[in-house]
Design a protein around this ligand. Structure first.
Ligand SMILES: Cc1cc2nc3c(=O)[nH]c(=O)nc-3n(C[C@H](O)[C@H](O)[C@H](O)COP(=O)(O)OP(=O)(O)OC[C@H]3O[C@@H](n4cnc5c(N)ncnc54)[C@H](O)[C@@H]3O)c2cc1C
Length: 433
């Protein structure tokens, strides 16, 4: 399954495998946005960094995602302030809301060629109750000075090119990018500043000896006084309790052929990123070459790829009936790390050992922010000044079963979505509005 991003990413460059022994001031495990943003911010301060990545760059979430740069986290600003108190809560709102500024700022600073478009992010509502929640969300962000606006049914329809939604909101902080090119651009910037990145170099053991953290890969080892775990949904049992703090949920995407110019004038003519409020969340955007890229929750285990793809083709038809008969050129999937409180987590696991993960499907901006937070913490910024809580590692109770529970929940939601579609078709045949 080749992804659209794998086929079109720039620049193409290969990185070596770790062989022999290396030393660094900071060792980073995982070469996605979290790991490379941490590496870049450390390199900017003159710190000697080694990153080890188990696969090739881009084979984790950072090379596979929808490329939607989304501000904030799942919880609304008022809720974050309730959860963390007025002081830390307000800092947290500021930190998560400014994620897109960091992403687009790095793209500008390092001249990263990644089809970046800061056209905004739309969340359209599939029901009146979802629209009521959006109304409150817009009011809360507006109170904090964010460039957001409520959209009525007609405005959403004009911006998206679909009659499917009853309203929504536009957050002008967001946008889109080519996710793998953004990742490669970060890697290039790290290398230019003297950081070392090794691929096909999975850390298979992590231990502490003589005041250093040491990892072992199949052909080498690295030791450093400080280390960062940046493995998100791909977290293995290097620190087993950490693996059990997230549930890895599959997400799947399809990309059409480039759409004819006439359709590009009506479908997302201003090129916003969109994630709707449907039970299973559907997210879509146009690529730079005018393809519709649509994603949703994926399928577990041995579900044939064709089944997952068909499910997505139906979603495209439902939202954009004008795309009847369109050809699909790509489909691919990856894993999203969900947490039980729907928040990303920064953990301090031991002396100089940090971890950042759990972006709940909003990692393009948030993982980049987390990388900077991790770097700042290593550089000596106090926990109070950081603007983000460091939380204890709390494995999800009965983690093994929760993975099964999520699978059942997703299958149940897919069943509900199927029933809703059947009901709509039936109502349509009987001429019911
Ligand atoms: C299909 C899909 C669509 C998504 N769409 C969006 C979107 O549109 N917008 C958005 O904001 N977010 C989206 N996300 C989420 C986003 O991609 C992730 O939150 C983000 O990429 C996480 O970055 P990361 O660096 O923490 O983890 P990753 O990019 O997953 O990187 C972790 C890396 O750690 C490596 N690793 C694991 N174990 C080891 C080890 N022992 N040794 C060495 N390396 C190791 C893995 O190989 C992996 O490359 C999507 C995710 C998926 C899968």
């Amino acid at each position: 399954m080749q992804s659209l991003w794998g086929a079109t990413a720039t620049p193409v460059f290969t990185l070596p495998e770790l062989r022999g022994s290396a030393r660094a001031q900071v060792l980073i495990i995982g070469g996605g946005y979290t790991g490379l943003s941490a590496a870049l911010h450390l390199c900017e301060s003159g710190v000697d960094v080694v990153v080890v990545e188990a696969a090739q760059l881009g084979e984790g979430g950072s090379g596979l995602n929808g490329g939607q740069v989304i501000p904030g986290v799942k919880h609304d600003p008022d809720k974050l302030e309730q959860m963390f108190g007025a002081g830390l809560g307000a800092q947290l709102v500021e930190t998560v809301g400014s994620g897109p500024d960091l992403v687009f700022g790095l793209i500008e600073k390092y001249q990263i060629d990644c089809e970046a478009t800061r056209s905004g992010w739309i969340q359209p509502a599939t029901s009146e109750s979802a629209l009521a929640a959006i109304d409150a969300r817009v009011e809360q962000w507006r109170r904090r000075g964010a460039p957001v606006e409520l959209l009525d049914r007609h405005q959403v329809s004009r911006l998206i090119g679909s009659e499917r939604y009853c309203g929504g909101w536009l957050d002008r902080r967001g946008g889109t990018l080519q996710p793998r090119s953004f990742l490669f651009g970060l890697a290039l910037a790290v290398e230019r500043l003297g950081g070392r990145i090794f691929t096909r170099s999975a850390a298979v053991r992590l231990e502490r000896a003589g005041g250093q953290w040491r990892i072992q890969t199949s052909r080498g080892q690295v030791s450093a006084p400080a280390a960062v775990l940046a493995t998100d949904a791909y977290t293995g049992n290097l620190v087993d309790a950490l693996r059990r703090t997230v549930i890895a949920v599959p997400s799947f995407q399809v990309a059409t052929e480039p759409l004819p110019e006439a359709l590009r004038q009506t479908i997302l003519p201003q090129r916003q990123a969109v994630s709707d409020t449907w039970h299973l969340l559907r997210y879509f955007r146009l690529s730079a070459d005018g393809r519709l890229v649509m994603g949703s929750r994926g399928f577990f285990g041995n579900t044939p790829v064709a089944t997952a793809a068909r499910h997505h083709y139906r979603a495209v038809q439902e939202i954009f009936p004008q795309l009847q008969g369109v050809r699909y050129d790509y489909h691919w999937g990856g894993l999203v790390a969900m947490t039980s409180d729907h928040l990303p987590h920064l953990h301090e696991l031991g002396p100089g050992l940090l971890a950042g993960l759990g972006y709940n499907g909003r990692g393009v901006a948030m993982a980049t922010v987390m990388g900077r937070l991790l770097a700042r913490r290593i550089l000596g910024v106090s926990a109070e000044e950081l603007g983000f809580p460091a939380t204890a590692v709390r494995p999800i109770p009965l983690h093994r079963f929760s993975q099964i529970g999520v699978r059942l929940a997703i299958e149940y939601l897919q069943l509900l979505a199927g029933l809703a579609r059947a009901r709509e078709r039936f109502a349509g045949r009987r001429g019911v509005a």
